[in-house]
Ligand binder design. Structure first.
Ligand code: PRP
Ligand code: URA
Length: 205
């Protein structure tokens, strides 16, 4: 499978908080933010850098500065819970938005909003906490490519094998990073064991 998983005890700890049905909205938000910080660090591990000569208080040395601009694209609304940790780590990040909602009966996602900055030549990171059927992510990736994105990564918190297969089939060039790969979808296309409806739990709705 074309998926890279965070393998870290802190990630497992935070996922357990997210999955536990007794977790409060406040604790859910905090854990979602903290696991996204881990994902953001891992997702940017291969970012290019430019050498920079500096002088420390002791001597001259060659440092490094980030050489590529990042565009973060959260999928509304649940993806908004992953925005702040990226902005805190990368304050210069540009932000685009794609609004998608799954029909409760069919689980087919419908686009209701799209606002994207220039994407060509930049690292575009699409963030959506749940990759279930993959329908939302495939539509979002289609939109990013149509808007000129040529270096895209997909970052999720929980993925289902069905969604991973959809990404592999439709966007084999897009690397996928997640905190967990779960067992399967149920007949309502919820991820099992999963954590329920991420957006509802994040926003207390
Ligand atoms: C959730 C989630 C993804 C989508 C995943 O959003 O944030 O966008 O479902 O499902 P899929 O892989 O089957 O398309 P939802 O449609 O519930 O909207 P919300 O973020 O507004 O809660
Ligand atoms: N969206 C969610 O929020 N949770 C799921 O399990 C599937 C889609």
């Amino acid at each position: 499978m074309n998926i890279k998983l965070l393998q870290h005890p802190l990630s497992d700890h935070l996922l357990t908080i997210l999955r536990d049905e007794t977790t409060t909205t406040a604790a859910f938000r905090a854990a979602a933010g903290r696991v996204t910080t881990l994902l953001a660090i891992e997702a940017t591990r291969d970012m290019p850098t430019t050498p920079q000569n500096i002088r420390t208080p002791l001597e001259e040395m060659q440092g490094a500065t980030l050489a590529q601009q990042i565009v973060l694209v959260p999928v509304l609304r649940a993806g908004l819970g992953m925005l702040t940790p990226f902005v805190e780590l990368f304050p210069d990040v540009a932000v685009g938005y794609i609004g998608l909602a799954r029909d409760e009966e069919t689980a087919v996602a419908v686009t209701y909003y799209r606002k994207l900055p220039p994407l060509a030549g930049r690292r575009t990171i699409l963030v959506d906490p749940m990759l279930a059927t993959g329908g939302s992510a495939v539509q979002a990736l289609d939109a990013l490519k149509a808007a000129g994105a040529d270096d895209i990564q997909l970052v999720c918190i929980v993925a289902a094998p069905e969604g991973v297969a959809q990404i592999h089939q439709n966007h084999p060039d897009v690397p996928l990073l997640a905190a967990a790969l779960d067992r399967e979808l149920d007949d309502r296309r919820y991820i099992c064991p999963g954590l329920g409806d991420f957006g509802d739990r994040l926003y207390g709705t």
